[in-house]
Design a protein around this ligand. Structure first.
Ligand code: B12
Ligand code: SF4
Length: 465
């Protein structure tokens, strides 16, 4: 049986938190979920390939031609809530080639029935696909019953059935390494990272409760890979693909301090020379850990700061204070690690005053880089519930969006959120102090390129309507 796993986005992600021009400049990173599934399928002797359309920069027609050429029996497509329209377009293309179409990824958990109501989608799988996709393939091959596959969504006599449960990998250490060899490795790049770069996962799940964050089924259960396996994978990537920078794609790298200590010590012991960076929370680090991480090659940490207003932080259920954030940003600088800060603008309950506080707080923290995102109510989040209760959004918005019944963008909750975001970027990045600091930091051609693209992104964003 031949399987093609597809990552496909259209340009019209109307519900992206990040403006189009900045998404373009940001770069392209690999679909790790598909690479994990592909590795398991290969182990089970399936003939599998990955078609990463954004990385290969294929048009709709080129994607169709490629699928026709590959002629897979089954096409598995990944989706997030804001990329579901693209995933459905890919499903239509795959169906036209005669393949069985399976959709997986975050949005299936939110709108399983709506996804399956499209005639060109045959199956949906809720949750992690490493165990459940092979179960489905075997059931298709052997024509055996489907009712015991956890989280499977399928059609029976015109009825859509959603099996209880969801795909879940209890022990990450039993998974093979992602099938990097099936990815166009040289195509991946990130404006802030050295090239060649790659992303990697060390854990799954997060104990945080942030009101805007979408939890995939299974994300509430924290799971860690063994530090040895993580560093084995890093070593493999450096040796095989000459990777210069690894970008960790966990929710938070430092949820377990014993684990991160072991990872750092293992990198130091093996004398691996590469740069790495990761996302974390201010309440998951301390100065000692930060120093150890720097010693092990960590160059940048990405923190979800979100707001400069205590009241808004509480509304967001962030669980941290402004003082804690201040302290950790000082520690991060002291440890010699660059800080990247994410902020949200226009949360429900915000005022002009609180947005101004956020902009001022960003300047006070003075991170090396930052991103201002528009508050976006993903399905099944506290922010979405708030948006419904304040009559900003219809409770069926995501269902209707998935069914193709609406193509309207989610509304902003604070008037002129988009203008505030532009203002925020301008007042942070166009400070003479910041520009001078960045110029002083230029050490290489990579630095020049990085700042050039970042500046271009900001310029295009200013022009964006
Ligand atoms: C890295 C990342 C990105 C990368 C994507 C890289 C890529 N090419 O995939 C970038 C930076 C581009 C990105 C962008 C966005 N992201 Co993002 N991202 C992540 C992050 C941090 C890690 C993803 C990852 O690699 N996970 C590890 C792998 C192993 O898990 P996975 O991808 O989920 O795949 C597993 C299952 O979902 C399932 N599965 C996935 N696909 C398929 C397909 C089939 C056929 C099957 C059977 C199963 C299956 O099985 C996989 C293996 O277990 C997640 C958070 C998280 N921890 O997952 C957010 C996350 C996926 N992103 C999210 C969001 C909102 C976005 C943005 C919309 C943000 C924005 N700009 O507004 C954009 C989307 C725009 C776009 N064009 O991509 C949300 C999605 C929520 C939702 N309801 O869909 C998440 C969950 C974060 C969050 N908690 O809110 N993102
Ligand atoms: S810390 Fe990050 S991953 Fe965890 S709940 Fe908050 S936003 Fe989501």
């Amino acid at each position: 049986m031949k399987i093609t796993l597809v990552n496909y986005h259209t340009g019209d992600q109307i519900n992206s938190r990040v403006p189009k021009s900045l998404v373009k400049i940001w770069g392209v990173t690999p679909p790790l979920g598909l690479a994990y599934i592909a590795a398991v399928l290969e182990k089970e002797k399936y003939n599998v390939s990955i078609l990463d359309v954004p990385a290969l920069n294929l048009t709709k027609n080129e994607t169709y031609e490629e699928l026709k050429k590959q002629k897979p029996d089954v096409v598995g497509i990944t989706c997030m809530s804001s990329t579901i329209s693209g995933a459905l377009e890919a499903a239509q293309l795959a169906k036209k080639t005669g393949a069985i179409v399976v959709i997986g990824g975050s949005h299936v958990a939110a709108c399983p029935r709506e996804i399956l109501s499209h005639e060109f989608v045959d199956y949906g799988l809720i949750g992690e696909g490493e165990h459940t996709l092979p179960l489905l393939l075997k059931a298709i091959e052997n024509k055996t019953p489907l009712k015991n596959i956890p989280g499977l969504v399928y059609k029976k006599d015109r009825e859509i059935i959603v099996n209880p449960g969801f795909g879940f990998v209890e022990d990450l250490n039993y998974l093979p390494m992602p099938a990097y060899h099936l990815l166009p490795m040289e195509k991946y790049n990130l404006v802030i990272a050295l090239h060649p770069m790659i992303t990697m996962v060390s854990s799954r799940g997060c104990p945080g409760q942030c009101g805007f964050c979408f939890k995939k089924p299974g994300d509430r259960k924290l799971r860690f890979r063994s530090p040895e396996k993580i560093v084995d994978e890093m070593e493999f990537l450096i040796k095989k693909y000459k990777i210069k920078e690894i970008v960790i794609a966990d929710d938070n790298l430092t949820t377990s301090k014993p684990n991160i200590r072991k990872i750092c010590n293992e990198i130091i012991k093996r004398k691996l020379k590469f740069r790495w960076e990761a996302p974390t929370r201010v309440d998951f680090v301390d100065l000692e850990i930060l120093k150890l991480m720097r010693k092990a090659g960590c160059r940048r940490l990405r923190y979800g700061v979100e707001s400069g207003d205590e009241k808004t932080l509480k509304l967001m259920k962030k669980g941290v204070t402004l003082d804690k954030i201040r302290q950790v940003f000082k520690w991060t600088k002291r440890a010699g690690i660059e800080a990247f800060a994410y902020f949200i603008i226009g949360y429900i309950g915000e005022t002009e005053e609180s947005i101004k506080k956020t902009i001022n707080f960003a300047k006070e923290l003075d991170p090396d880089m930052l991103m201002f995102c528009a508050a976006t109510p993903l399905p099944d989040t506290n922010l979405f519930d708030l948006a419904i209760s304040h009559n900003f959004v219809d409770k069926n918005y995501w269902k209707n969006y998935t069914l193709g019944k609406t193509s309207k963008r989610l509304p902003f909750f604070v008037k002129d959120t988009d203008k505030w975001i532009k203002k925020a970027y301008r007042s942070f990045y166009f400070r003479p102090k910041y520009i001078l600091r960045m110029l002083m930091k230029i050490r290489s051609w990579h630095d020049i390129k990085k700042y050039y693209y970042a500046a271009l992104g900001l310029f295009l964003f200013r022009m964006e309507k």
